[in-house]
Ligand binder design. Structure first.
Ligand code: SF4
Length: 703
């Protein structure tokens, strides 16, 4: 199945502008309510609702402190007057094309009859009607027009004009115009169908003529979406869906060519989802499309948008100059002018620019400012900035010239990307999207695809961690003709790692103290990054005390000072030391616990010849059985308990053998000692000999 997406599918200028306005108000902390749903799209309305935007049906429903946003259809003059009178804060997002109709009809006096081609119940038509000073009639097709002409004697009217709803069917409009010209020869006709609408309908007609079926995406209450369905249904089976979920109800097995279009209020995310689902349904058969949107869906990481692609296609060898590329791409639009403009005013969603020699007001919409997502225009430009711009479109009636900084930067930036790729230079960009199979980074006005395997992110981690971050990458694949570039963050990371490693190996030597960060722990030690190279602290080097696991001393992420104990340059192995000499408990004993000093020690173990007592962490002393009491005892447990804290005197320290002898008895009063000594003198001699053979247990914990 071949799927073709209409180029005109998705948000139109007016809707885009209104949605941006609401989001920018919300983002700047305003409380916002919209008078009716801002667009006929449930998903967008739900999202706005989740951000606190309320939908109200009448201005009296506006909660205190809320700003009312008037949607693209516009509202009646009476409501605007009431808002002004009551001083209710509001923002007017009425599409300029609708405002133009208000201006036309209100410029005629009460003696003029206004004919409006459209749906009498549609808010846009209600609004237009309210600006008419004289009588106004609405007709929705040629039949109603003929009846109107007869009933209201239109041919007799002294002054008669006709306008159309912006989304009126172009086909119907043509029929009605013929009738008006024939029946009411004095009628002045204003073709006020919006270009976005007519182009969309024309494309839908053409696409449906060449397709077996059409999928129209958009709200069921959206006037322009319904028109798209109507014009398509004339030529082939047509399905109107609001989201991709509805595709499961459609059997595509009989269709080999399916066209897809979308209403002006359908967000690109929904269109992408529909295309993605359709391509999956059809076992990933080729999706053919002329739109950049679909290029994303098939994830070929196209770097150029439609205009950019046109620019390159116009350039036979992809080596055209910047000026040639621009001329090729924009010749269709407005004689392809690159101009310089000075920023004179900035709103959250638009930048107004003075372009010398141009009578129209230059406007850059927020979407045309930068390839990177922009929250507020003032984040990108300031008043007084001189900008290089491309003229996108001139609308003399509106007196507006749409300009793009993004396109200028993009074409100019592409040359820089090609140069960087050829020179194997590192580029910098911001990750703007995570897509299936990789990420897209915006750099120099272009979008570069970076496959997941080249992001440097491990398989276990989500690519989302890169979103919004600035990354360095090199171009590893470049197609100048199609303006596609594939980047790799990994090659930059590898090169940086190699450079850091070489630097570390050139600077380290044994005995050196160095700062590092604990990267991982194993049962036998801790791995520490010492500036691009990992060394290992063996578990025995972590503490003077006996520990079961490195995590008792260090944790991943800890910054530690280590000593390089040994280097194996050939096998690239580094042994590190962590425990400090000054923390050696035997050094503490030497300094703070001289012979004859009295210590508080905790009984930790018993032997037949005495009890072991812990003096400080890592050092136990032996209280010989004869030194426990001044009376004869059979075993140490006769008078002592494990965990009991006792006061004892250090009677001897052997630093070589790491042994300490303690005595409780030495602290007992003199008179109490004599009997015990006499009674046990003979036994002591024998037991001491045994103790000195077994005493190494006292030093074990310190090693
Ligand atoms: S369809 Fe046309 S008139 Fe309607 S909002 Fe979009 S740009 Fe404006």
């Amino acid at each position: 199945m071949q799927i073709t997406l209409a180029e005109t599918a998705g948000f139109c200028f007016g809707v885009d502008r209104a949605i941006n306005l609401v989001y920018s108000l919300v983002n700047s902390g305003e409380k916002v309510c919209t008078l009716g749903q801002i667009i006929h799209n449930k998903q967008v309305v739900d999202d706005l609702e989740s951000r606190g935007v309320k939908t109200i049906e009448s201005i009296d429903d506006a909660p205190d402190g809320y700003k009312i946003v008037i949607r693209t259809h516009g509202i009646s003059k009476e409501i605007i007057d009431e808002l002004e009178k009551k001083g209710i804060p509001y923002c007017n997002a009425t599409c300029p094309f609708v405002l133009k109709i208000h201006k036309i009809v209100s410029s005629y006096d009460e003696n003029t009859t206004v004919l409006i081609a459209g749906d009498a119940n549609h808010p846009e038509v209600i609004g237009i009607k309210s600006y008419c000073k004289g009588e106004a009639f609405v007709f929705k097709n040629d039949k109603e027009l003929l009846e109107l002409a007869k009933n209201e004697n239109l041919s007799e009217k002294s002054s008669l004009i006709c306008v159309s709803q912006t989304t009126f069917s172009t086909k119907e409009w043509k029929k009605c115009q013929k009738i008006i010209k024939k029946v009411c020869t004095n009628c002045k006709i204003f073709d006020t169908i919006c270009n976005a609408t007519s182009e969309r309908q024309l494309e839908a007609t053409e696409l449906s003529e060449n397709s077996d079926a059409m999928v129209v995406i958009g709200g069921r209450h959206s006037s322009n979406t319904c028109k798209l369905k109507d014009v398509s249904a004339v030529n082939c089976d047509t399905f109107l869906i609001e989201t991709a979920a509805e595709l499961k109800n459609i059997d595509f097995s009989n269709y080999s060519k399916v066209g897809v279009t979308a209403g002006a209020s359908t967000p690109s995310g929904i269109i992408k989802e529909v295309l993605k689902t359709m391509s999956e349904v059809k076992n990933e058969k080729e999706v053919e499309t002329t739109s950049a949107l679909t290029e994303e869906v098939v994830e070929t990481a196209e770097t150029a948008d439609k205009a950019e692609t046109a620019a390159v296609e116009a350039s036979a060898d992809g080596e055209a100059s910047f000026e040639e590329l621009l001329n090729a791409s924009y010749a269709k639009e407005d004689n392809s002018k690159v101009v310089k403009g000075t920023v004179v005013r900035i709103t959250p969603t638009e930048v107004f620019v003075d372009v010398p020699g141009r009578k129209q007001t230059g406007v850059i919409s927020i979407d045309d400012l930068s390839a990177e997502p922009v929250d507020k225009c003032e984040d990108v430009v300031s008043v007084g900035d001189e900008l290089d711009l491309v003229i996108m479109k001139t609308n003399d009636e509106e007196g507006v010239q749409r300009l793009s900084k993004k396109l200028f930067d993009s074409v100019k930036g592409w040359e820089e990307i090609v140069a960087a790729a050829e020179a194997d230079e590192v580029l910098e960009g911001v990750v703007v999207r995570v897509i299936k199979g990789g990420v897209v980074a915006a750099a120099k006005g272009s979008q570069i695809f970076i496959p997941a395997s080249l992001t440097g992110v491990s398989r276990n981690d989500s690519l989302d961690i890169l979103k919004g971050t600035t990354v360095k990458f090199k171009i590893v694949d470049l197609n100048k003709d199609r303006r596609r570039a594939v980047g790799s963050i990994k090659v930059v990371l590898n090169a940086e790692r190699k450079e850091a490693e070489e630097k570390v190996w050139a600077s380290i030597e044994e005995g050196q103290k160095i700062q590092g960060v604990v990267k991982s722990l194993t049962s036998y030690g801790a791995f520490v990054d010492i500036g691009g190279v990992d060394g290992m602290i063996h578990i025995s080097e972590l503490s003077w005390n006996r520990i079961k696991h490195p995590s008792e001393v260090v944790n991943v992420g800890d910054s530690v000072e280590v000593t390089i104990k040994s280097l194996d340059r050939e096998n690239k192995k580094i042994s590190l030391g962590f425990k400090k000499v000054e923390d050696n408990p035997w050094e503490i004993i030497k300094r703070d616990y001289p012979v004859d000093s009295v210590v508080k020690a905790k009984i930790v173990n018993f032997a037949s010849f005495g009890a072991f007592a812990n003096i400080i962490p890592g050092v136990d002393g032996l209280i010989h059985i004869s030194q426990i009491a001044n009376t004869h005892i059979k075993t140490p447990s006769d008078v002592l308990e494990i965990g009991q804290e006792v006061e004892a005197k250090i009677t001897e320290i052997d630093f070589d053998k790491k042994r300490i002898s303690l005595s409780i008895r030495a602290l007992l009063p003199e008179e109490e000692q004599a009997p015990a000594e006499e009674e046990t003198a003979a036994e002591e001699t024998a037991e001491e000999e045994t103790a000195s053979e077994e005493a190494p247990a006292a030093e074990e914990t310190a090693e």
